[in-house]
Design a protein around this ligand. Structure first.
Ligand code: ATP
Ligand code: MG
Ligand code: MG
Ligand code: MG
Length: 474
């Protein structure tokens, strides 16, 4: 079953259950300063959950464009390392705005996955998790659906911190949230990994396919939870992950759509096609994220969303370089993407020329410094070094335009520790210099416009908490 067919089936199923089919919203969240990019299907319905907005329907379904490359849900560092994470992906979802709750949500999900009329996935390949104290969800799975109790795992709060659990979903630090139940698919014991809740759960054997969130609270800035006006449902299933299941392959990268993008990446970088080459997977992943972001109006820049976009583009270029492609290549993959996804997302074809231009320009800019930066880096890493110093990370960033996570990624590939704390100290010193320079200019009454962009660039380039956690003490 092709990816496009699975997307359609999902929407048809929920339409048949009285859900309004709603188009994906933009990757740039409308009116929500708490969010970097749209990271879940529920984002566009946030105000409906909160009771601030009314819609003419109380059940909806969508296939939502998502990017998780920054903020609370950041998967950028996972791409290329796990079978299941993308920067850009599609989230299939069904939503109840104060209409049905746990029972129907669970029954719908199970019916869609296992009914012979729909996906017909063998039931014994599935297992589920519930929030530790959610007896109601446990009972529905055990008594009504008939999942064996040993295949229903209760997941509690991490280290006793309240509501910090894989089974307590939240969009961000504030906003709608609630306990959830998740459905996992077992790809077989030939793959390393254990069931959720086990020490090996981070392996790729049991892959989470669907998360059903029982929206019950709104968390405010102080962390206080306020009950929502009406208990609601928000679910999300990764289209690429369910496609892998339906196409009897393990990794998302083996599905139809990705095979074609990987082939295109191989063609443009001049290496043989292989789904074992991480750099080809990274390029195939990143071309989707960057093209969809540009189509939604983001452009590479030195701060905010534009800087995250720039980081992803430069990461893709560096992976091409690693494969030996030193010329411009990335923009040539846009046509392949339009071929793969243009029917479902017409905005790609509409903005094709703009996307190509933006990527070509970014490739030209980075090409000027990439070679020199790589030479400096190779030099710094030569001689069996175990650690890359903060001042080199900073020089690569400041002089050669290497986003710090890009350099950290290269270090990680080679098992070398990147001194991110040292980098932070260099950044702080640079900020102090910039501040001193700008107040000096102000005192002299000189126009200092332009200073802001520079300043923001330095602010935003600082290391993401997730990146730090990954590399610290390696
Ligand atoms: P994981 O634990 O695998 O990182 P998650 O728990 O962070 O996933 P949710 O926030 O529950 O994911 O999102 C709902 C669904 O969206 C997931 O069950 C999965 O199918 C899909 N999904 C989440 N993140 C990604 C990603 N980076 N790439 C592809 N699909 C994803
Ligand atoms: Mg995740
Ligand atoms: Mg999870
Ligand atoms: Mg989840």
């Amino acid at each position: 079953m092709k990816t496009a067919e699975i997307r359609q089936k999902f929407l048809d199923f929920f339409a048949s259950k009285g859900h309004q089919v709603v188009s994906s919203s933009s990757l740039v969240p409308g009116n929500d300063p708490t969010l970097l990019f749209t990271n879940a299907g529920m984002n566009q319905f946030k105000d409906v959950f909160l009771g601030f907005e009314k819609r003419p329907y109380n059940r909806a379904t969508s296939s939502q464009k998502c990017v998780r490359a920054g903020g609370k849900h950041n998967d950028l560092e996972n791409v290329g390392y796990t079978a299941r994470h993308h920067t850009f992906f599609e989230m299939l979802g069904n939503f109840s705005f104060g209409d049905y709750f746990k029972r129907d949500a669970i029954h719908f999900a199970w019916e869609f996955l296992t009914s012979p009329q729909w996906l017909a996935i063998p039931k014994d390949k599935l297992m589920v998790t519930v929030y530790a104290s959610d007896d109601e969800a446990f009972e529905i799975w055990a008594r009504e659906i008939g999942v064996p109790e040993q295949k229903i795992v209760r997941i509690g709060d991490n280290k006793g911190a309240p509501y910090a659990s894989d089974n307590f979903w939240q969009m961000g630090d504030t906003g709608p949230c609630g306990p959830c139940t998740e459905i996992f698919y077992d790809h077989g014991d030939h793959i390393w990994g254990g069931p959720p809740g086990s020490p090996e759960e981070d392996g790729d054997r049991f892959i989470e396919i669907w998360n059903c969130v029982f929206m019950q609270f709104n968390r405010d800035e102080s962390g206080t939870m306020h009950p929502l006006p009406k208990p609601s449902v928000d679910t999300g299933m990764g289209l690429e992950r369910i496609s892998a299941v339906m196409q009897h392959v393990h990794a998302n990268y083996e599905i139809d759509l990705f095979q074609n993008l990987i082939a295109a990446a191989a063609r443009e970088t001049g290496v043989p096609f292989s789904q074992e080459t991480p750099s080809l997977k990274v390029i195939a992943d990143h071309i989707r994220a960057v093209s969809f972001l540009i189509a939604d109006g983001v452009l590479p820049s030195n701060d905010g969303r534009g800087y995250v976009l720039r980081r992803i583009i430069r990461r893709a270029i560096r992976h091409g370089y690693k494969l030996g492609q030193k010329g411009l290549f990335l923009h040539r993959l846009v046509a392949d993407l339009v071929e793969q996804m243009g029917a479902a997302f017409p905005e790609l074809a509409v903005h094709q020329a703009e996307i190509e231009d933006a990527l070509r320009q970014e490739e030209q800019r980075f090409a000027e410094t990439l070679d020199n930066g790589m030479a400096l880096l190779e030099e710094a890493l030569s001689g069996g070094k175990q650690r890359l110093e903060g001042n080199t990370l900073f020089k690569l960033y400041d002089t050669f335009g290497f986003p710090v996570d890009l350099t950290a990624d290269i270090c990680r590939e080679r098992g070398i520790e990147a001194d991110l704390d040292g980098f932070e100290r260099e950044m702080e010193a640079q900020r102090a210099r910039a501040r001193a320079a700008s107040s000096f200019k102000m005192a002299g009454n000189v126009d200092y416009s332009g200073e802001d962009t520079l300043f923001n660039g330095y602010e935003k380039a600082s290391v993401d908490a997730t990146v730090l956690a990954l590399y610290k003490g390696q």
